[in-house]
Design a protein around this ligand. Structure first.
Ligand SMILES: [Fe+2]
Ligand SMILES: [Fe+2]
Length: 183
């Protein structure tokens, strides 16, 4: 039986994703909406996955682990930015502030290296002024924007489970199965 490259690549992605999903707090992102009906969790998984796929498509040599993990953690800010009383209201615009909050949270909960930090911190460029330093950061920055537009115009982007809160292992597996990246 011939194994397709795509299947191997998806297994690689899945292994890094599952490592991050082990952190229960990470799943909290499913409680907050990102754009449209898409939760922060699905948005982050999609940005990470399509960044990885884009690099494969363009045959870009990248640090895959950092690209995937940076994408997964780029919006790890853990609050609802649509709420009037969001934690950033006294410190500035959510769009400008949340990369720093995401990086702060990511450093607290995961071992984040310099490359992952750059991906997280610079993903809102040009809204935040410092440009991405590495090609992995550039890819995530671009894919994040494409995914955001897609989500804004699609009520059920990526899957139809955005309103659910994932709390246990069984649910987590259900989510993984339902996210169409594994199809
Ligand atoms: Fe973001
Ligand atoms: Fe994002």
């Amino acid at each position: 039986m011939k194994i397709k490259n795509r299947e191997v690549e998806d297994l690689v992605f899945k292994s890094y994703l599952e490592e991050v999903l082990k952190k229960k707090k990470y799943l909290k992102m499913h409680r907050y909406l990102q754009h449209g009906n898409t939760s922060c969790l699905l948005h982050s998984i999609a940005v990470s996955y399509y960044s990885y796929r884009l690099c494969k498509f363009l045959k870009l040599k990248v640090h895959e682990k950092e690209l995937i993990r940076g994408g997964l953690l780029h919006d790890y800010y853990l609050y609802d930015w649509h709420q009037k009383y969001k934690p950033t209201r006294n410190v500035g615009l959510h769009g400008r502030i949340h990369p720093k909050i995401a990086l702060f949270n990511a450093r607290k909960d995961f071992n984040v290296n310099y490359l992952e930090a750059d991906i997280i911190e610079k993903h809102m460029f040009p809204l935040t002024f410092t440009p991405p330093r590495y090609k992995e950061s550039v890819v995530v920055c671009i894919v994040d924007k494409i995914c955001s537009v897609y989500e804004a115009f699609n009520k059920n982007a990526y899957c139809n489970i955005t309103s659910r809160v994932i709390v246990d292992k069984k649910e987590r597996r259900t989510v993984a199965k339902k996210i169409n990246i594994y199809n």
